[in-house]
Design a binder for this molecule. Structure first.
Ligand code: ATP
Ligand code: MG
Length: 197
C-alpha cells in the first residue's frame, strides 16, 4: 500500500503542511498519508514547544474527515528521544514495503537531513520526497551526499508561504489566523490560549 509519511512539530499544523501533503499524495498516487507529530523534546522544562498532546489534537482536528489521512502517535508515545529513522523502521517492520513508503518534507527540512540521527539508513527505508517551499533557498540539494540525492524525489507544489513560527507570532500579536489554519485548529488555539506568551 503506497504510504506517505509527513513528520513535523506541527506547532501548529497549517495549510502549508496540508497542501504539501495533499499534493504529494496526488502526484505520487499515495493510498494513504500518515501525519507523525514529534514527541516532547527530552528537556521539556525549558522547551518552547507546545505539549505534544496539544499538537496531536490539532493535527487530528486538521485531518479529520479526510479518508486517506491519519495521525500516528508513534513519536509522541515513544519514551526515548524520537528519531525519523526509528519511525520509518517501525512502519517497515509493520509490513510496509520500503519501495512503497515515502517520507515527505519541505526543502528546508531536507537540507538539514545530514544532521538527523542515522540519516545514512533512511534511503533504505523509504523514498525521500521534497516539496519546494517559498522563502527558502532552492539550491543546496547538490551539497547533500549522493546516496541521499539518488533517493530523492523532488516535487513542485503550489507555494503557500506560511510557517508555524509566523502563526504563533500572529496569535501573540492578536492578528487573525483565519484561512491560515483549518477552522477547528483556530478554535483549539483560541480556546486553549496557546501562543499568547
Ligand atoms: P516552524 O516555523 O515552527 O519551524 P514549520 O511551519 O516549519 O514550523 P514544521 O512542523 O517544522 O513546520 O515542518 C514540518 C514539515 O513541513 C517540514 O518538512 C517542513 O519543511 C514542511 N513545511 C512547513 N511549512 C511548509 C509550507 N508552507 N509549505 C510546504 N512545506 C512546509
Ligand atoms: Mg520548521
Amino acid at each position: 500500500m503506497r504510504t506517505g509519511i509527513m513528520g513535523g512539530t506541527f506547532d501548529p499544523i497549517h495549510y502549508g503542511h496540508l497542501l504539501a501533503a495533499e499534493e504529494a499524495r496526488r502526484i505520487l498516487n499515495l493510498e494513504r498519508l500518515i501525519f507523525v507529530p514529534t514527541g516532547d523534546p527530552p528537556h521539556k522544562a525549558n522547551s518552547r514547544v507546545t505539549p505534544s498532546e496539544d499538537r496531536y489534537a490539532m493535527t487530528l482536528l486538521a485531518t479529520a474527515g479526510v479518508l486517506e489521512y491519519s495521525v500516528s502517535r508513534t513519536e509522541i508515545d515513544r519514551k526515548e528521544s524520537s528519531y525519523t529513522v526509528d519511525t520509518l523502521r517501525e512502519f517497515v517492520h509493520s509490513g510496509i514495503n520500503p519501495d512503497e513508503l515515502f517520507f515527505i518534507t519541505g526543502l528546508d527540512a531536507m537540507l538539514s537531513i545530514t544532521s538527523w540521527f542515522e540519516f545514512e539508513k533512511i534511503p533504505e527505508l523509504c523514498t525521500l520526497v521534497t516539496a519546494r517551499r517559498p522563502g527558502y533557498p532552492v539550491d543546496g540539494i547538490e551539497r547533500l551526499p549522493k546516496f541521499i540525492r539518488d533517493d530523492l524525489k523532488y516535487i513542485e507544489i503550489p507555494q503557500f508561504a506560511i510557517s508555524s513560527t509566523e502563526i504563533r507570532e500572529r496569535v501573540r500579536q492578536n492578528k487573525g489566523i483565519r484561512f491560515l489554519v483549518p477552522h477547528l485548529v483556530e478554535i483549539y488555539i483560541m480556546s486553549n490560549n496557546l501562543y499568547k506568551t
